[in-house]
Write a protein that binds this ligand. Structure first.
Ligand SMILES: NC(=O)c1ccc[n+]([C@@H]2O[C@H](COP(=O)([O-])OP(=O)(O)OC[C@H]3O[C@@H](n4cnc5c(N)ncnc54)[C@H](OP(=O)(O)O)[C@@H]3O)[C@@H](O)[C@H]2O)c1
Length: 121
């Protein structure tokens, strides 16, 4: 039976998110792919898979953006079977030594990686 699957951070054709979108579509599932900016490769998939692919704009660091995407999606479907919190953004400062890192960058990374996933849930 087909599932309703949402995958965040799917707007980069070389990234894991986009390729998960492709795999779930190939498996016959309905997929919600979230992006921050237009992705021509997702447009191509939309042409091929039609209603089985929904593309939503969502920035997981922005609560309003996530709520808007949720409202838009709730017009189309009443549930998700699977959520893949794939979107991530890692600051280069994460690789620096403790006393060299810019904590403001680290805070933003944690906001996206940890709080971002919670916003989406
Ligand atoms: N690559 C690896 O070696 C590796 C290893 C282990 C685990 N992983 C995990 O696999 C997942 C994907 O990795 P990847 O290498 O494919 O990452 P990636 O190429 O950097 O792609 C990350 C995606 O997240 C999106 N994103 C970043 N910040 C966002 C935000 N605030 N709101 C919404 N979307 C946002 C990006 O959007 P834009 O396209 O707009 O920038 C991008 O499409 C991550 O969860 C990562 O932790 C990766």
């Amino acid at each position: 039976m087909s599932q309703n699957v949402m995958i965040t951070g799917a707007g980069k054709a070389s990234g894991l998110g986009f390729n998960l979108v492709l795999r779930y579509l190939e498996a016959g599932d309905n997929v919600v792919a979230t992006i921050r900016k237009p992705c021509p490769e997702l447009d191509d998939l939309k042409e091929k898979y039609g209603d089985r692919l929904t593309v939503l704009t969502m920035d997981i660091s922005d609560t309003e953006s996530v709520l808007n995407a949720a409202a838009e999606l709730s017009d189309e479907t009443d549930h998700l079977d699977l959520l893949i919190n794939n979107a991530v953004s890692v600051s280069p400062d994460c690789d620096k030594g403790f006393f060299d890192a810019d904590l403001d960058y680290i805070a933003r990374t944690v906001d996206i990686a940890a709080v971002g996933a919670m916003r989406v849930i």
